[in-house]
Design a protein around this ligand. Structure first.
Ligand code: PBG
Length: 323
């Protein structure tokens, strides 16, 4: 009698496979990142992210309602201002595009979804860095923290339920937490981009936000070969009061997601980023991959690695498929 062990028995029928399936992928676990640009008359396509656009305030509202109706768990909002300056002042201004759009969405959607905001200066600075520069042109950590605190408070006032500090400055979670609490926003949560690597996969995002960056972010984003450092970043953010933590990118860092999930006492998110989206879209457009199956495989693999939540540009579409 050989073989004695026959794992194929548990794969015989769809019902059997469903019964023993380990990993769930549900719409509520998906968060849709969205872009809103100031001064647009009509949505503007992002060439390297087919199907994703820079929204006007109006089309953002409609697309957000559709995504929420499709069942996504939350929305993550990025703003693209008309004018930029060295301090990224549009980020703090209550009339800045991101804050205005947050107010629009909170009044449209109330508490029916979880509204998140990118708390970072790179879309708002004329040099494209995630923080302000010192006299030598180096990103000034502590001067940037003061601006993050103000930006975070402005976003909470505008209606964000969750802030997503993504600039990789040391101490950013603690400073934002303290600033929120001081003005009475102790209910506003922080999704810390705890582990964020200096990745080539951000390429399409730079187009999506008309990034002004020249050079790279390697003095603040992590070296992609380092895993131990990721755990240190995670522990620091937890100590500073992160309510949820994130690993970014996702696909080339599934080991890091897994390690984070092993030690994190709070929910772990992963960001299935622009370049990961673009790769699949490009291959599918050529007929080289089955788009829907590939997308669901990507998302399931990120969940299997240990992510509770996934930020993905496919969130609304995948939610509709899963429903
Ligand atoms: C920084 C930020 C970036 C992304 C999210 N927040 C870009 C960067 O660090 O260069 C990338 C998201 C993506 O690529 O989909 N505010």
């Amino acid at each position: 009698m050989f073989p004695e062990q026959r794992p194929r028995r548990l794969r015989t029928t769809p019902a059997m496979r469903r019964l023993v399936s380990e990993t769930t992928l549900r719409p509520r676990q998906l968060i849709l990142p969205m872009f809103v640009a100031e001064g647009l008359d009509a949505p503007r396509p992002i060439a390297s992210m087919p199907g994703v656009v820079q929204h006007t305030r109006d089309t953002l509202r409609k697309a957000a309602v559709e995504a929420v109706n499709a069942g996504v768990g939350g929305l993550m909002l990025f703003g693209i201002p008309e004018k930029r300056d060295a301090q990224g002042s549009g980020a703090v201004d209550e009339n800045g595009i991101l804050n205005v759009a947050l107010r629009d969405l909170r009044s449209e959607l109330g508490d029916s979804t979880v509204l998140m905001a990118d708390t970072c200066l790179d879309e708002f600075t004329d040099h494209g860095h995630c923080g302000v520069l010192d006299a030598d042109g180096v990103v000034d950590n502590d001067a940037t923290l003061r601006l993050y605190a103000d930006m975070g408070v402005a976003q909470a006032e505008a209606g964000a339920h969750v802030l997503g500090p993504s600039g990789m400055m040391d101490g950013q979670v603690g400073v934002i937490r303290r600033a929120l609490d001081e003005v009475g926003h102790s209910e506003t949560a922080i999704l810390a981009y705890s582990v964020k690597y200096a990745s080539a996969f951000y390429g399409p995002f730079r187009e999506a936000v008309d990034s002004q960056l020249k050079g790279d972010r390697k003095t603040y984003q992590q070296d992609l070969g380092n895993a131990r450092e990721a755990m240190r970043e995670l522990e620091l953010d937890l100590a500073e009061g992160a309510d949820m933590v994130m690993v970014k990118p996702a696909l080339s860092y599934l080991d890091i997601i897994n390690a984070a999930a092993d030690i994190s006492p709070v929910p772990v998110a992963a960001y299935n980023i622009s370049g990961e989206y673009a790769m699949v879209e490009a291959a599918a457009a050529n007929g080289w991959l089955d788009r829907e199956r590939t997308v669901l495989e990507v998302l399931t693999s990120i969940r299997r690695a240990g992510a509770d939540l996934i930020l993905t540009y496919w969130a609304a579409e995948a939610a509709a498929w899963l429903d």
